[in-house]
Design a protein around this ligand. Structure first.
Ligand code: NAD
Length: 297
């Protein structure tokens, strides 16, 4: 199936990016959100993407503006769905909200429409019972700053038809993404399944005093040829989200090394050193030591 008309449901951080990226590649896009106020916010968010597109991929202002014409906004789900070949759901990361959205969507979407969820942590199997077309449903997961970090992770349930995966793969390529297709469901997809244990291992080495952050990064960069180490990566992610995830983990695990690591993370967060956004994390910004040409010596 060839996709032409796309509905993006939810015009928040990611929905606005997905909608604009699709419009930029000449798809006809309708951004659906729940209220006039949220549509006004979404519109502002979309139009506010210009400086980043300009800075990061050198998109000219005329070009940016011309492609806004491919994008319309709506609070009427039924009307928005009338001609949709594909709907990409980017509404809040709460299972109950997503399930009730799919109940509603199933009632108004034409038979041909493929449903795709941008969920970061929910697998499609957790939502599929609320979808009237399991063969045409899968996750299609983008990374924040879609124009730059352009992977699209595609993950179906056992019921997803191979044609749906093929269509989503083709669509992802058509909007400038590199499709990453998973053969089966995996919470966290590929990236977070690799990144999270890696970051935890590095944090534990720091918290238990085995080595300081710059030494950990140096070893990783020199030994593997990577361009950045785990502690610098942690500064970009920021300590807050992993700290909250860690608190959940500690509720069910009695693990002294994790407890100590969390304690050390909390001290840094409380001291206003939770990462690049704070101006300080494991390094000082805007000129962190790891960018120094002599760092690897
Ligand atoms: P957000 O909170 O910025 O935006 C959510 C939007 O959905 C809001 O505009 C809200 O008004 C709208 N909304 C709420 N209920 C709705 C409904 N029933 N129908 C339509 N719209 C509704 O959220 P976000 O950060 O853009 O995340 C959205 C999804 O994308 C989540 O599943 C999240 O896991 C995923 N995601 C987020 C990121 C990220 O870095 N923020 C990265 C990858 C994936």
């Amino acid at each position: 199936m060839k996709i032409k008309n796309v509905v993006v449901a939810g015009g928040g951080v990611l929905g606005s990016q997905i909608a604009y990226q699709s419009a930029l590649h000449d798809f006809q896009v309708t951004l659906y959100d729940v209220s006039d106020e949220s549509i006004a916010r979404s519109k502002k968010r979309v139009e506010g993407l210009f400086p980043d597109y300009h800075h990061d991929i050198n998109l000219a202002e005329d070009d940016f503006r011309a492609h806004l014409k491919n994008l319309t906004y709506s609070t009427d789900l039924k009307g928005a769905m009338a001609t949709a070949d594909l709907v990409i759901e980017a509404i809040p990361e709460k299972l109950a909200i997503k399930q009730s959205f799919y109940d509603q969507l199933s009632k108004v979407a034409p038979e041909k429409t493929i449903f795709a969820s941008n969920s970061s942590t929910l697998t499609p199997s957790m939502m599929v019972d609320h979808v009237d077309r399991p063969a045409k449903f899968a996750n299609l997961h983008f990374a924040n700053r879609i124009w730059l970090f352009n992977t699209a992770e595609i993950m179906g349930t056992p019921q997803t038809a191979p044609e749906t995966i093929a269509t989503l793969t083709e669509f992802a390529r058509a909007i400038g993404m590199v499709p990453i297709v998973l053969k089966k469901e995996q919470p966290g997809y590929l990236l977070n399944s690799l990144l999270v244990p890696f970051e935890i291992a590095a944090l534990k080495l720091w918290a238990t005093g085995v080595a300081d952050p710059a030494t950990i990064d140096k070893d990783w960069i020199i030994s593997t040829g990577a361009t950045m180490g785990p502690m610098a990566t942690m500064d970009i992610i920021g300590l807050r989200t992993p700290y909250y995830v860690g608190l959940e983990y500690l509720k069910t695990h009695d693990d002294p090394v994790s407890k100590l690591t969390m304690q050390k993370m909390k001290e840094k967060i409380d001291a206003g050193q939770s990462g690049k956004d704070d101006g300080e994390g494991f390094y000082y910004y805007p000129n962190p030591e790891y960018l120094d040409p002599d760092f690897l010596k």
